[in-house]
Write a protein that binds this ligand. Structure first.
Ligand code: HEM
Length: 496
């Protein structure tokens, strides 16, 4: 597990001690939430909350009518407008999509993603989006998705859980889900099976590297670019770990790419349905900006795709099983639904399961923030002015908990809110339920992700009882992905 580097802790502690007394502002109606100080801006008031940023952004946004301008230290480039206002979200992500790319500043922070779909804008994004769309809807790709899930279930997850039940050992479900999703995502996106989910639980270098990277990226948001670049160059704190993580990721992809190129040159693997093979042979007359013979470009494309599938789905499943452990009545209802309506060829029939998964992602969206940067100045529906190239952070976590949006019971885990009187799934607009993003950049893997989560959930709920270890602490890691800091430790027993 990656830790915050010593310099970060030191700076945070120093700020905290010196300014705590003066800066931690008691908010009262009409007063700003954070005091804006000369030179340091609002940073001192925010620093103590960085480890609990998700709940803090919720509190600040709820107290400031859903939109809040954070002023960073002078010349640090860390000013940001936080919003969870559905009107702003609809305006930015859908109605005025053209004026709201991710922008050059965020591309710097997410530099490790290179030219992958998650970080690029404009024409390159359009080419990546269209080509991704084509492959995600190709029957061979969908078939590979089904076969990889089925084989990982039978040869990975089930033997693993059976063994844990038999040996009565404590397992970390979060780790299990990450391994499942890493293996399936890697098979689908690169054709390579890392075999990370097995009884032996081999070390997963890629997983640790990805998580370190995600945490380092999170902290970059609060530092001037020049500072984290210097830390990276000097090899200090999290940035040092970021550098070595990048070496690991690049090594893994270099091996996968060179092996596939050799296979292709020998005339093998041509028919593989995975994304890597597709991009190595992609039609550049149709997608002008894609570079099938450039290894760095192929690495960027594949890295973004493996990440999009692995981290998100495993996060959602982890929070889902934890919520079920806290709400046994929901678990019983899902079991009952599986017993009466389960049809492996039509998982859509499991309406209550779907509702419980949506409810999980409303409260615990795997990607809690989304970034945008206006190309031209604009005024948001909330009345806030935004300058060209300024930073906007859409707070998806806060959005899902707002009483003004979801009602007084916003904090309750209630799958029923997703079901209509006639027993059908209720649709919520994506600017209100934003777990899969909204507008032209909405998640391309939503359908696959839901299918995968249902397959795993049914397998476990049907065949096992699970119990979270008593006293196990549940808290989120401050990161760009909503993961549990201490994992989800459980014991499982096989149902008779
Ligand atoms: C519970 C699971 C998932 C959630 C909550 C989720 C959520 C999201 C979100 C919020 C975005 C927008 C990211 C951004 O703009 O910064 C996104 C984009 C994307 N997702 Fe997912 N995702 C999930 C699973 C998947 C899976 C399994 C795949 C692939 C099989 C996938 C593929 C993608 C791709 C390719 C994009 C980029 C779309 C674009 O920028 O045009 N996602 N996803």
């Amino acid at each position: 597990m990656a830790m915050i580097g010593l310099p970060e802790v030191f700076v945070a502690f120093l700020f905290f001690l010196v300014f705590k007394h003066f800066f931690l502002h008691k908010k009262s109606p009409g007063q700003p939430i954070l005091k804006n100080w000369p030179v340091l801006g609002m940073l001192p008031g925010m620093l103590p909350h960085i480890p609990r940023i998700f709940d803090w952004t919720f509190e600040v946004l709820e107290a400031s009518n859903l939109t809040f301008f954070f002023k960073g230290p002078w010349l640090s480039g860390t000013d940001m407008l936080f919003t969870a206002d559905p009107r702003n979200i609809h305006h930015i992500l859908s109605l005025n999509f053209g004026n709201y790319p991710k922008g050059p500043e965020f591309k710097k922070i997410f530099d490790v993603l290179g030219d992958g779909i998650l970080s690029v804008d404009l024409e390159l994004w359009e080419d990546l989006r269209k080509s991704n769309h084509a492959i995600f809807h190709h029957p061979d790709f969908l078939e590979l998705s089904v076969s990889s899930n089925t084989s990982k279930l039978k040869e990975g997850l089930v033997p693993f859980l059976d063994n844990a039940a038999h040996e009565k050992i404590v397992i970390d479900l979060q780790d299990v889900f990450k391994r499942f999703m890493f293996d399936t995502s890697s098979i689908l996106m690169t054709g390579y099976d890392p075999m990370s989910l097995s009884i032996e639980m081999p070390e997963v270098e890629f997983g640790e590297a990805a998580e370190t990277g995600e945490e380092a990226i999170y902290y970059r948001h609060f530092k001037p670019v020049i500072l984290w670049r210097l830390q990276n160059w000097l090899g200090i704190g999290l940035e040092r770990k970021m550098r070595s993580s990048l070496v690991t990721v690049n090594r893994m992809f270099a091996k996968i790419i060179s092996t596939r190129r050799e296979e292709l040159s020998r005339g093998e693997s041509k028919q593989s349905a995975d994304a890597l093979t597709y991009y190595m042979n992609v039609d550049t007359t149709k997608y002008r900006l894609l570079k099938p013979s450039n290894d760095t470009f192929i690495r960027d494309v594949a890295f973004s795709l493996v990440l999009s599938g692995r981290d998100t789905t495993s996060s959602a499943l982890t929070w889902f099983f934890w919520l079920l452990s806290m709400h046994p009545q929901v678990l019983s209802k899902i079991r009952k639904e599986i017993n009466t309506k389960y049809d492996p060829t039509d998982l859509e029939k499991l309406v209550y399961l779907h509702a419980a998964l949506s409810e999980t992602m409303r409260l615990y969206p795997p990607l809690p923030f989304n970034h945008k940067s206006p190309a031209k100045p604009d005024v948001l529906p909330s009345g806030h002015k935004v300058e060209a190239n300024s930073k906007i952070v859409i707070c998806i976590y806060a959005l899902g908990r707002m009483r003004s949006i979801w009602g007084e019971d916003a904090f309750d885990f209630k799958p029923e809110r997703w079901i209509s009187k006639s027993g059908e799934l209720k649709h919520e607009p994506s600017y209100k339920f934003m777990a899969f993003n909204a507008g032209p950049r909405a998640c391309l893997g939503k359908h696959l992700a839901l299918l995968q989560m249902k397959i795993v959930a049914v397998e476990i709920i049907q065949n096992y009882d699970f119990k979270v270890t008593e006293g196990h602490k549940i808290e989120a890691v401050p990161s760009i992905v909503l993961r549990m800091k201490h994992g989800l430790n459980v014991t499982v027993t096989k149902k008779m």
